[in-house]
Design a binder for this molecule. Structure first.
Ligand code: AMP
Ligand code: MG
Length: 402
């Protein structure tokens, strides 16, 4: 049995870059940008009018003119009009390209318009006002988004703005989720009183969707030869196998045996933690990694967040959820010499600190409690009592801020 941080080290040492590929930008949400994204032109691409009103030459105002003859009207999207004298103006709308012969925009609120003339109601006019200058945000070919970040709605919008209709993204590993257990029935089938619904695959699949990773699903009975046969195939086809169940001391827990018979090198079996103690991890000579997680859904979920997702993030070159800390809001006692992953609610206190409030429900195995909890707080095995205000690593499994 090994410690949590040893298990983490072994797993993270096997993080792997799977290369990159181009995808249509509309499908890139949640993927990791593989190269810096640059603009194809200045941003804004022209001197952009920022208020509805009139465009003038400041020179006219400086010379004392307060009434300007409206020469024409220019909407957003119209080619720029031409201003010939400093006593003329163009009625112009937000988003329009400022004519090269004008330099200043006065908003409607500061004008009176009558009989084709615009008269100023203000003496406060600055040269260049209400114009968003060409290239002020970014110059042509500037980086607008750095590589190695998750493609967010904002990044997707910028990609659209700079015409990046295909984006280079990190390739995702090919993953299969294998649930095991004779007691499990498909979710669409009514279970007999002694059966339960197979839920782990959906739990894990949903968590992987945050990374736009779409795994294949497979269910296996508690049968050594069937398990061995399917695993042999999966070892050929996938980069990662995530299993749930069948790794404990039960008479029908065949997974470790099947894996070892297939030359999957066991890198550890059992971690000093609760939940999730029976966790088995290994690597096949062909490179496939096997995360064989305990079947208890809370254990599966915890191990996914504590081990698989950090491995995935390291493989994709992002640090996402690792390295977050929160302060405990009240005292907690936990006696067994195991790292305890306490279910908590997360809030932010008046000092701007992340605060973790225990929300343990019916103990570490309470599956339905995960719906209300926000995160696991990782309490070290070496301590039995944990005081309010002490800071520990936290593993969020919900969107916390939006
Ligand atoms: P195991 O690790 O196979 O001993 O399973 C531990 C517990 O988790 C048992 O109560 C199983 O019925 C339950 N379990 C295992 N796999 C799943 C699954 N895919 N969905 C829901 N519960 C499961
Ligand atoms: Mg089982």
């Amino acid at each position: 049995m090994i410690q949590v941080d040893e298990a983490e080290k072994i797993i993270l040492a096997l993080a792997k870059d799977y290369g990159q590929e181009l995808v249509p930008f509309e499908q890139a949400l949640g993927r990791v940008l593989a190269e810096d994204l640059r603009t194809d032109r200045d941003l804004p691409p022209f001197n952009r009018v920022a208020m509805d009103g009139i465009a003038i030459r400041y020179e006219g105002f400086a010379q004392g003119h307060r009434t300007f003859t409206i020469k024409s009207t220019q909407a957003a999207g119209d080619a720029p009009a031409v201003l010939e004298t400093a006593t003329e103006c163009i009625e112009i709308m937000t988003g329009a390209a400022l004519p090269p012969s004008a330099d200043t925009v006065i908003r409607y609120e500061d004008l009176e318009i009558q009989d084709g003339e615009a008269t100023l109601l203000t003496e406060h006019v600055k040269q260049g006002q209400n114009v968003h200058e060409q290239g002020k945000d970014k110059k042509k070919y500037d980086v607008v988004a750095q590589a190695n970040q998750v493609i967010s709605p904002a990044l997707l919008g910028i990609a659209a703005a700079v015409g990046a209709t295909e984006l280079p993204v990190k390739k995702l590993p090919k993953v299969v989720l294998i649930s095991t257990g004779d007691e499990l029935v498909p979710v669409h089938q009514p279970p007999l009183p002694h059966q339960i619904r197979q839920s782990n695959s959906y739990l894990v699949q949903a968590a992987l969707q945050q990374y736009a990773l779409q795994p294949d699903l497979l269910h296996l009975p508690d049968d050594l030869s069937v398990t061995r046969m399917h695993l042999a195939e999966c070892l050929q086809q996938y980069d990662v196998i995530i299993m749930s169940g069948g790794i404990s001391m039960g008479k029908f827990d065949y997974v470790p045996q099947a894996l070892e018979e297939l030359q999957v090198e066991k890198l550890f079996h059992k971690v000093k933690q609760r939940p999730g103690k029976p966790f088995w991890f290994g690597r096949h000579a062909g490179g496939t990694l096997v995360f064989a997680l305990p079947g208890n859904p809370v254990s599966t979920f915890m191990c996914l967040h504590r081990y698989f997702l950090p491995w995935l993030e390291a493989s994709l070159g992002i640090s996402g959820k690792s390295g977050l800390f929160a302060a405990l809001s009240q005292e907690v006692t936990f006696n067994p010499p195991l790292q305890y992953f306490l279910q908590v609610k997360i809030s932010v206190n008046e000092k701007g600190q992340l605060l973790a409030t225990p929300f343990a429900g019916n103990g570490s195995g309470d599956f339905s409690n995960l719906v209300e909890a926000d995160a696991f707080l990782e309490l070290p095995a070496e301590q039995n009592s944990f005081r309010a205000g002490e800071v520990y690593r936290v593993w969020p499994f919900k969107r916390l801020f939006y």
